[in-house]
Unconditional design. Sequence first.
Length: 730
Amino acid sequence: MLRLVLFAFYVYTSCFIAALILVMADQVPVVPDAIQIQDALAVPQAQYGAAQVVQDVDNAVQPAVVAQVAVPPANPPNPVPEPVLDVYALKLKIEELESTLTRASVSSALDTVRQLASRPASLVDPYALVAALEQLADVSRETAHPERKKYDAIFKQCRPLVDEPRLAAVIINLLGDKEEKQVAGQIHKLLKSSHPSPSARGPVLQFGQGAQPGSSFLGPMFPTGFRGRAGVRRSGPSQSVRDFAWGGSVVSPGMPPFEIRDYWIEDARSLPIVVKEALAFVYTLQASKTLSQRPRIWRPAAPCPECAYFNDDTFNFCQRCGFRREPVIVDNTRDPLKVDLKDIDARLSELKKIKSSKPYEKQKSSILRELVRFLASLPTSKSLSSASPADILKFLVWKDKSGRTKVHKISCPQAGQTRSSSCSCPSRLAAGTVDSLLGKLRAIFAEAGLGGEWDDRLGIGNPVSHPSIKNYLRLIKEEQAKARVCPKKAVPLFLEKLQMIAQFILTQLQTPGIPPISLYIYSRDLCFFTTDFFSGDRSSDLGRVLSREILFFPDSSGILFNHTFGKTLRGDSVNTFAIRRCDNLVVCPVKNFERYIAVVKLININLAQGFLFRVTKGNSVTQEPFSGSAVHSRLKYYLDQIKANEGETPHSSRSGCSITLSLLGASKEAVANHIGWASTKMVDHYNDLRNILRPDAPAALLSAAAGPSCNVVAAYESYEDVSSFKPIFL
């Protein structure tokens, strides 16, 4: 604002000097007095604003310029000394304007604090009050107010008291005007003094028959449905009682308004008004002692079945419509139930441990730790409860840099290659990985109590469900599709490579002096990998098969599996399959199973209970299942030993089994049933190229259509020709 005033002064001063130069040669200038300009600039800026100040300067300067042109010279022109403006006086006036503006800003902020602190206790927002104190301290500091240190100290001392019920009273005592401080002091003294009961000195209305003093809002003494009107200060004798009163009116639907007041005794007539209002407040508080001294206990609310009005959850009659609810009868004649909380807590901890031990939960916990650290590292530190969709997008972009999928540019010569390349194209998370990551993030926020759709207006909900997150996933898929990044399939493991692995293990088993623990590991791996291929089962599920879930055929020609727990096995779902003997004894799953049982008995390991395949620790066999990273590590070890590692994973055996069965002529339904797939979709997934290249595929049919013996046009016209058809009605 100060810059605007200075700029206006500079512009009009320049205009004045220019006009003076033009008429100085033959006219006597009429120079405006500096006092005129000072008076024009002395208009309070808080009242008129910057635009009015500029207009006043214009009114002071412009008539002088016009007068210079209009008045003819009375005498021949004589040299006139150049006028000198009193710049120092103007500077003083500008400083005075700035000081006035400063005082007005601090005064406005102080009035805001006083207004908030003087509200009724039920309407005081402590956070808004502290924010107003902070605004007062900031304004006084920025404008170098003389009491800036006082306001800053009050703000710093009151900020920790935001939950203190007496915060407003403290601020009134510190910052209130003279009358407010006097009222607060009188109330404080009266509350501490042993003033005689008002019932012995004069008439006092019972609690519930008067409004809260100094407020137009009704307190809890009035029934639901009543509302208050603005109060009116009254003085002079009343028709019933000679008094002074702070009155108001109550309005209820179906009845006329009636007046309510707070009264004080006749002896207080000669006291100052602030003392009488303090007495009215004290008498109201003392009258409330006639009520029950039991404190109000806030209970959960329950709606009335008739009118939907919310009452206490234990209500017998609705406060609005009077609906009578049937009471719940509790039989207290029986002995109380014995509740062992320690046993319940132990069971809950056991279930929680089972949940946290799952691979999915471990991955989710790892992502949760990363997300919390990322949110805390933002310029504006955040938590899960304050995270927004924009923060989740930033986390996804940050996480995207750790991907291993090459997203080649269109001009890259290695575009379309699935193997790792040495080009400078960026590595990103695969689209499927991003989709899986979003699912885990969505579950993390849901478990934190932030479920449902995100609401932009309220800023609440699950931020992962925001449309911008879905749009991000769509753009990632589009980008990778343009870069020819196709979803990866498991590299199939066929019988030829399985036989090489089995032959290597058999060679190791025949090594002289092999330790017992190594003997167990090699026999377990041989049985596991051959069984995994011929069963087509998921390796993680097969590793969790229990010993009691397998049976030999009556003629020992095969083994029947029936396990009930796995990645997709829950409740009533089971996976039942069989493996049979084959002529190739190297990869025969039944023969290798018998070898495994013989080795276990030889080294005195009991597999009658627990998991059939187990991991080792040191020189001992544990009770933990053989699955997950242990299976992948052993498969990679054998592939490296036979120098045939092409990126196979434990899922490769399932893929190889599916393709082998399809090529041998098994139906899709039979393949899906044997492997344990719920539909034939995965069968098509692993055999899509075979379906495309088969002799009766669409490509082969279209190729044959180009031959001379195929006349598609004639066939089409013959099908479309209905000229030989006869009408029903002639």
